[in-house]
Ligand binder design. Structure first.
Ligand SMILES: [Zn+2]
Length: 175
């Protein structure tokens, strides 16, 4: 498998390998005033509860056009209380795909796209303790994230995403 390369859209540097863009928590957690978090929220690397709301972390995969690789956004979705309970109870199981797909609301704002918070998704638990796959729902068939998830993402778009979130030259203001 050849290493994937693309160009950062802000500085033109050639980047090798896929950018890593994952969120440590759902947006709702960051919106919670920090002093209230210990009492109202419970956050781990994969599960989050805020008051009566429940969230899990998954991966929204986009195939990279012209390659055999996929780029993944590590994002959070909210689940119903019942589905969260089922997910939590089977979290250690190797065959968690047995749960089948569940409905979730996307709970992160992904850069370079129109609003992504509260997109309807299908959350598909995986076997082998992999994070669940998150598929944008058909209700959003005209949303670029829905389209790119199915038709693939170009290397140019990878460069835009990299520039917006990862590139240190832009962050330092010298890009
Ligand atoms: Zn750059």
């Amino acid at each position: 498998m050849d290493p994937l390369t693309f160009r950062c859209s802000c500085c033109g540097r050639v980047i090798t390998g896929l950018p890593d863009l994952a969120y440590d928590a759902p947006l709702h957690y960051h919106q919670l005033p920090e002093p209230e978090r210990p009492e109202r929220a419970n956050l781990s690397s994969d599960l989050c509860t805020i008051d009566e709301d429940h969230f899990v972390r998954g991966v929204c995969l986009l195939p990279v056009q012209g390659s055999d690789q996929s780029f993944g956004f590590g994002v959070w979705v909210s689940l119903s209380q019942e589905n969260f309970r089922r997910y939590d109870e089977t979290f250690e199981d190797e065959d968690q795909s047995k749960l089948g797909a569940m409905f979730g609301w996307l709970c992160n704002r992904i850069p370079t796209y129109p609003e992504t918070v509260n997109l309807q998704t299908s959350v598909v638990p995986q076997d082998g303790r992999a994070r669940p796959q998150i598929w944008i729902g058909e209700a959003h068939a005209d949303h670029p994230l829905y389209i790119e998830q199915r038709t693939g993402i170009t290397r140019e778009r990878l460069g835009e995403i990299y520039a917006s979130e990862v590139c240190d030259r832009r962050k330092n203001g010298d890009g």
